[in-house]
Design a protein around this ligand. Structure first.
Ligand code: KG4
Ligand code: ZN
Length: 337
């Protein structure tokens, strides 16, 4: 079964063709990073317009690269939630048009389920159940993937996502958007532990996170250092922050793994590209004696291949929409149509 995937939830327009949820036949991604960098973050209106400009062309490209055509496909998968609403609507309406004109089933996909499914494209042996740490720019949660379309959230951030924490601190450090990537590069030359940050633990909720205190403390430190003219070891600061965030994430991942008797671990989402997090997760998996699945760096960020991959599993169980499909800015990963 071949599905077309469409992803427009944030600042990447992407279209892909994937076979049986596992084989990537094509995946084209047009990033808007250069445009949004001028503003230091994503401007939703600009993102929606850029999606509208690119989506038809990218669809034609994805089909050509896959050596296929609409008539040979079995479904149209599209990110319908969560994300920037205007951006999502471009993809959803485009997918509706394609589905209507071709008679193919329309499959709405949860963006975070898609991030989880990025692992299926790289690891043929990975099958649910497994425990997944989902870390992106907007979400941070510990999710039990009970089956391909059955998810249970064990813990989540109470405020900011890990990616948001990285992005905001990176911005004050003067690093270019998207800050997480630049922070990672900078920190690789630094010494972790040189700076201390408050814990991201939530009292009484051992599987939840809170990154806003850590983020604010880091930003305050930078502002005070600037005001007092104190020298700042930027690379050490970045390395220390990443270690602290990875420490919090892996600490909860360990607890959740022990409590849920998980038999495999995975990471998903943009922040799973972080070098410190990947190393720490590998150390943890080694200690627990569990296999760890990491998405390849090329599939950590937003892409349509992961949407088509998850779409395959959604279609298999009849999770299809009609022409009344709407987009939603937020929706739990547990939600099924
Ligand atoms: O999953 P994603 O591409 O978009 C959302 O669904 O939010 O995640 C984007 C986030 C941004 O916060 C970005 O700074 C972060 O992932 N990110 C990283 C790295 N690469 C991307 N954070 C830390 N280290 C990285 N190497
Ligand atoms: Zn994402």
């Amino acid at each position: 079964m071949k599905l077309l995937g469409i992803e427009t939830s944030c600042d990447e327009t992407s279209v892909a063709v994937v076979e049986d949820g596992r084989k990537q036949c094509s995946c084209v991604v047009r990033s808007q990073i250069e445009t949004h960098r001028l503003y230091g973050g994503v401007v939703p209106e600009i993102a929606s317009r850029a999606h509208a400009e690119s989506i038809s062309q990218l669809t034609a490209q994805a089909l050509t690269l896959a050596g296929t055509s609409l008539s040979e496909l079995d479904g149209i998968a599209v990110t319908a939630w969560p994300g920037l609403i205007g951006a999502l609507l471009v993809g959803v309406n485009f997918a509706k048009g394609l589905a209507f004109s071709s008679g193919l089933p329309l499959v709405p996909v949860h963006h975070l389920r898609g991030h989880v499914a990025a692992n299926y494209l790289a690891h043929a042996e990975l099958v649910p159940p497994f425990l997944c740490l989902v870390v992106s720019g907007g979400h941070t949660s510990l999710v039990l993937v009970e089956d391909y379309t059955i998810f249970r959230t064990l813990g989540r951030t109470r405020d900011d996502a890990a990616g948001e924490c990285f992005d905001k601190v990176a911005r004050v450090l003067g690093l270019p958007y998207p800050g997480g990537v630049a922070l990672d590069q900078l920190g690789q030359q630094g010494r972790a532990g040189a700076y201390e940050f408050p814990s991201a633990e939530v009292r009484g909720a051992p599987l939840d996170f809170s990154f806003s205190g850590l983020k604010t403390a880091a930003i305050n430190h930078l502002h005070h250092a600037e005001q007092k003219g104190e020298a700042l070891q930027r690379a050490d600061f970045a390395a220390s922050l990443m270690e602290c965030v990875a420490d919090a994430l892996c600490g909860r991942l360990e607890l959740a793994a022990r409590e849920s008797d998980a038999t495999a671990l995975a990471l998903a989402g943009g922040v799973s590209a972080n070098s410190v997090l990947r190393r720490r997760a590998e150390e943890l998996a080694g200690r627990l004696g569990l296999p760890l699945y990491l998405p390849p760096l090329s599939l950590c960020g937003d892409n349509a291949a992961m949407i088509a991959a998850q779409g395959f599993y959604e279609l298999r169980v009849g999770h299809v929409a009609d022409s009344s499909l709407n987009a939603f800015a937020s929706r739990e990963i547990e939600f099924s149509i």
